[in-house]
Design a protein around this ligand. Structure first.
Ligand SMILES: Cc1cc2nc3c(=O)[nH]c(=O)nc-3n(C[C@H](O)[C@H](O)[C@H](O)COP(=O)(O)OP(=O)(O)OC[C@H]3O[C@@H](n4cnc5c(N)ncnc54)[C@H](O)[C@@H]3O)c2cc1C
Length: 481
């Protein structure tokens, strides 16, 4: 029997459309799927780690159904893989590429360490539509602006579908595995875990069903409906894409097919999928996107960097008194998700009205989002703050009152999440109160606060701070985004 290959799964927890798995199947030799609770997983926020645990559990079941086991190990990736190679006789370790700086540093260390011992390492595409280095400007550089990036990839086709394996060739014996329960992936969630779990759609099959439902029922209206937090107008697939429960190529193919069939919103959906690739393109070329102002001149901006200030605390707890902002922050805490427009409005309110550094919002999202994605989150925050590539100009301040009038015209989204002032609050609003830590001291009967910073006052504050940075005043108000 040939030596087994270790297939190290990370953000690619699916069987279909999986380049590494498809190629491994062609070898005909035994395959040992592995998932590691390593230094990168250790560094993740509470909600992403919790959600990752559920994805791993689901994937292990799917592997079981095709005659394989998912071997779990905890510890530094290089140590775990070395030990597994020694135990199983594997002489090759394969994985699907990752692009964020922490994962890249880990992978480089693993590659060097295993190569030194004569163990073959190979990495594969699978997480993105187009590999970041495969898209270049005419002068051989990388794109900093979305529109020309989109133009450059517009005519490229997605990969053809790869069928899931019917059965994985098994090794003569399976190595010992940790028990997933012993990893306590939900530990950071406290009482929020049970609430957030109600809103999740986990695993490869559920992700595929979600895509099919979206295409059948919502993609046609997507271009307009996607902007309304009060209706279910988007796909919800970010939660699945981030763990690789569905391939981005499958989503892209579905978008192209729907467009071909005449669905109006399909082209817009395709463009959003390309935003995800663009975020990875930028992160790959400028890893500082995640940790520092992408434009260094923003280092001089007088942002508050106190994540525990009264203002930042009110923002995190959904108690700013600005109803659309608070509804969104509560949706985030109770469901682990937030509507895209609401992400922009809460981000603008934090960085502009509350003059608080985008990193504080970025880190809070990274702790609370079940769809946390290192590239999308960083690009989203730097975009809204004004410090990023292709960013919304800082002087564009989202007015949370007029945004609410436009995108939540009946107040349904705000009522869904804010219990205070309602005689019989809906389940969603009660879910938030059930998820929120007791130490926050929230209840449905307490008075709803006055705005800590009003819409106009916040805009003036933001613009005068911006003027000190630029040395001149600029003006403008975004009421329609
Ligand atoms: C401050 C801020 C933080 C964000 N953090 C994240 C994050 O951690 N994880 C994440 O996946 N997205 C993030 N986004 C982007 C966007 O809000 C979400 O992708 C979207 O809300 C997910 O919902 P959906 O799957 O229903 O999206 P749909 O509208 O159905 O879009 C389909 C897919 O396209 C991609 N996409 C859509 N919008 C964007 C966008 N603006 N940028 C990049 N990709 C996009 C996503 O993969 C999404 O799943 C952030 C945006 C902002 C402004």
């Amino acid at each position: 029997m040939p030596d087994p290959i270790l297939l190290w799964f990370r953000r690619d927890l699916r069987l279909a459309d999986h380049p590494m798995l498809a190629e491994a199947m062609e070898t005909g030799g035994p395959l040992i799927p592995v998932f590691l609770h390593d230094e990168v997983v250790e560094g993740q926020g509470a909600a992403p780690r919790f959600r990752l645990g559920l994805s791993v559990e689901s994937f292990a079941r799917d592997l079981d159904a095709v005659g394989a086991k998912l071997i779990l190990r905890r510890g530094r990736a290089l140590d775990s893989l070395r030990a597994l190679c020694a135990e199983t006789g594997a002489r090759a370790v394969w994985w699907s590429r990752a692009y964020d700086p922490d994962a890249r540093a880990r992978d480089a260390e693993v590659m060097a360490g295993l190569d030194a011992e004569g163990i073959e390492t190979r990495d594969f595409p699978g997480h993105l539509l187009f590999e970041p280095d495969s898209v270049e400007t005419k002068t051989g550089g990388y794109y900093k602006v979305y529109t020309p990036y989109m133009k450059a990839v517009r005519d490229r086709l997605p990969d053809a579908p790869l069928a899931p394996p019917a059965r994985l060739p098994a090794p003569e014996s399976w190595p010992q595995s940790d028990r997933l329960d012993d990893w306590h992936m939900a530990r950071g969630m406290n009482r929020g875990g049970a609430v957030v779990a109600k809103y999740l759609v986990v695993g490869e099959r559920a992700a595929r069903d979600r895509l099919d439902r979206f295409v059948a029922q919502r993609i046609a209206d997507y271009a307009i409906a996607r902007d309304r937090p009060d209706i279910e107008g988007t796909s919800g697939l970010s939660e699945n894409l981030t763990y690789g429960e569905i391939s981005i190529h499958a989503c892209y193919r579905a978008a192209l097919a729907a467009r071909e069939a005449g669905a109006e919103g399909a082209e817009h959906f395709r463009k959003e999928l390309v935003w995800r690739d663009f975020a990875y393109h930028l992160l790959h070329h400028t890893p500082r996107l995640i940790s520092r102002n992408w434009r260094a001149e923003w280092d001089r901006f007088p942002w508050s960097e106190d994540g525990d200030s009264a203002e930042a605390t009110a923002w995190k707890r959904g108690r700013t008194g600005m109803a659309l902002v608070d509804a969104a922050m509560r949706e985030l805490y109770a469901t682990g998700r937030m509507h895209n427009r609401a992400r922009m409005i809460t981000g603008s309110y934090l960085t502009k009205h509350l003059q608080t550094h985008w990193k504080i919002g970025h880190d809070w999202f990274a702790d609370c989002l079940v769809d946390w994605d290192p590239a999308n989150n960083a690009l989203g925050w730097q975009w809204i703050a004004g410090s990023g590539p292709d960013a919304a100009p800082y002087f564009r301040v989202y007015n949370p009152v007029s945004q609410a009038e436009k995108f939540d015209p009946e107040g349904a989204y705000r009522r869904a999440w804010i219990a205070e002032g309602q005689a019989d609050p809906p389940q969603t609003a009660r879910d938030f109160l059930a998820a929120a830590p007791r130490a926050w001291g929230l209840s449905a009967t307490m008075p709803y606060p006055e705005p800590i910073v009003g819409a106009a006052e916040g805009r003036d504050r933001a613009l005068s701070a911006y003027a000190t940075l630029r040395g001149r005043a600029e003006g403008g108000d975004v009421t329609n985004g």
